[in-house]
Design a protein around this ligand. Structure first.
Ligand code: SAH
Ligand code: SF4
Length: 411
């Protein structure tokens, strides 16, 4: 199916194709995934239900969709038996297609997914002792071309729809078997509600750190995360969600106001020259502007710090002086901050190397000595190209025909 309803993404780049909130389907049915309750209600009214019925059914269907993870109307036991086929004729409950699923030796899992109109993107699940983090993509590719990032070398870009974004979380819950079980007796199921917490689950945290720049797809990311945070939806706390931006300054305030999740900022350099080179968006929104926007980020506090991501590139941004300047900047702007040092993950054709372990350790010590926490992020899933900045590599190396064959064989 071809992309329809194209519109530009704002930014420094040429307009790129974006899909509408509802991806058109060949069979004319409407995929409800990614839609909020009100939108579902309107669609039910348009399909012929009276206002009261539409409201009630929307509430029930919303609960089954996002809270229970069902994909068939037939499983919605509190909806009349005759009503279920009526819904199934007009609507579907979709998931992104899984093209390939890979397991790393360290437990990290990566899924290559495909949209209904044939675009490939990836999501990664990173299990730890005390948490499990799903790394979610917001775009197919990225328009921003950070020089150390493999995703940034991709040309083809389209924004993911809210359904394709929340669909990743739902797919992960499917794969991990983490939908609430129980009596399935309806909306006010007290017994079941007790089990629906992050405790005891594998998937506890979400980071918008997959492919793409989430603040260049603001509306869709916001709408998807609202479904993730909705108590009657996926019910994940905003404190367990982190959005990472390369520094789209004009959208940061709205991110805090309208989404309210934790913020991570891909700083990566402390001088204009170096940041201009490695994060070209810096030419548009410079370091001072970026740090001022961080200082004004709604909801940031000592209890909810802003994370500054800093990729360690050998002989580029990793000197003692850079570390001291990082401390100075964070203090100067009085930022409630922590620093996350990311060893550079290599990919074929990359022009940088990772700093030596001694350099990374020294850099970390200097920042710590400046009173700011600066742990080094352990690279995860490097063997399956699932680590930060490596996404999409496998996809590009294999041809479409090869992947189709593999997908067919896997079924
Ligand atoms: N576009 C957003 C979020 C996705 S990238 C952003 O840039 O913030 C998630 C993190 O991985 C970012 O901090 C990014 O700069 C970092 N990253 C990209 N390529 C990397 C690489 N090759 N090695 C290590 N980290 C990388
Ligand atoms: Fe895009 Fe982030 Fe990669 Fe930069 S680091 S190219 S913003 S995905």
């Amino acid at each position: 199916m071809a992309d329809t309803a194209l519109m530009p993404i704002p930014g420094q780049v040429d307009p790129v194709p974006v899909a509408r909130d509802i991806t058109p389907r060949a069979d004319g049915r409407i995929d409800l995934i990614g839609l909020p309750k009100d939108r579902i209600r309107t669609l039910f009214e348009e399909a012929g239900l009276d206002a009261r019925q539409a409201k009630l059914r929307a509430k029930q269907v919303f609960h089954w969709l996002y809270h229970r993870g069902v994909t068939e109307f037939e499983a919605m036991t509190d909806i009349a038996k005759t009503m279920r086929p009526w819904l199934a004729e007009r609507f579907v409950i979709g998931r992104p297609d899984v093209v390939e699923a890979q397991h790393s030796v360290d437990g990290t899992r990566k899924w290559l997914l495909r949209t209904a109109d044939g675009h490939d993107f990836e999501m990664v699940f990173i299990p730890d002792a005390d948490r499990g983090t799903l790394c979610v993509s917001s775009q197919v590719g990225c328009t921003l071309n950070c020089r150390f990032c493999h995703t940034g070398t991709m040309k083809l870009v389209r924004n993911l729809t809210p359904g394709e974004i929340v669909g990743q979380v739902m797919l992960a819950r499917d794969a991990l078997g983490e939908w609430p079980k129980g009596s399935m007796s309806g909306l006010d199921d007290e017994e079941d509600a007790g089990h629906y917490t992050a405790d005891g689950r594998l998937l506890t945290n979400i980071v918008m750190m997959g492919m793409g720049e989430p603040l260049y797809n603001f509306d869709n990311v916001r709408d998807a995360l609202r479904l993730v945070m909705d108590g009657d939806g996926l019910a994940l706390s905003k404190r367990r969600i982190t959005l990472s931006t390369s520094g789209v300054v004009p959208m940061m305030d709205r991110c805090g106001e309208e989404i309210g999740v934790n913020l991570a900022v891909s700083l990566h350099a402390v001088t204009k020259d170096i940041r201009d080179e490695i994060v070209p968006l810096n030419k548009k929104y410079g370091i001072e502007e970026l740090l001022s926007a961080c200082a004004a980020y709604p909801g940031a506090s000592n209890a909810r710090r802003i994370t500054f991501e800093y990729v360690m590139l050998k002989d580029k941004n990793d000197s003692d002086e850079h570390a001291r300047e990082l401390v100075r900047l964070i203090r100067h702007y009085n930022l409630p901050a922590k620093v996350n040092l990311i060893p550079f993950n290599p990919w074929p054709g990359a022009v940088y190397e990772c700093s030596t372990p001694e350099r990374v350790r020294r850099f970390s010590e200097i920042v710590f000595e400046g009173g700011i926490s600066a742990p080094v992020r352990t690279p995860r899933g490097r063997d399956i190209d699932a680590a930060c900045g490596q996404l999409k590599s496998a996809t590009e190396k294999k041809g479409r025909a090869e992947r189709d064959r593999e997908a067919a064989a896997a079924e």
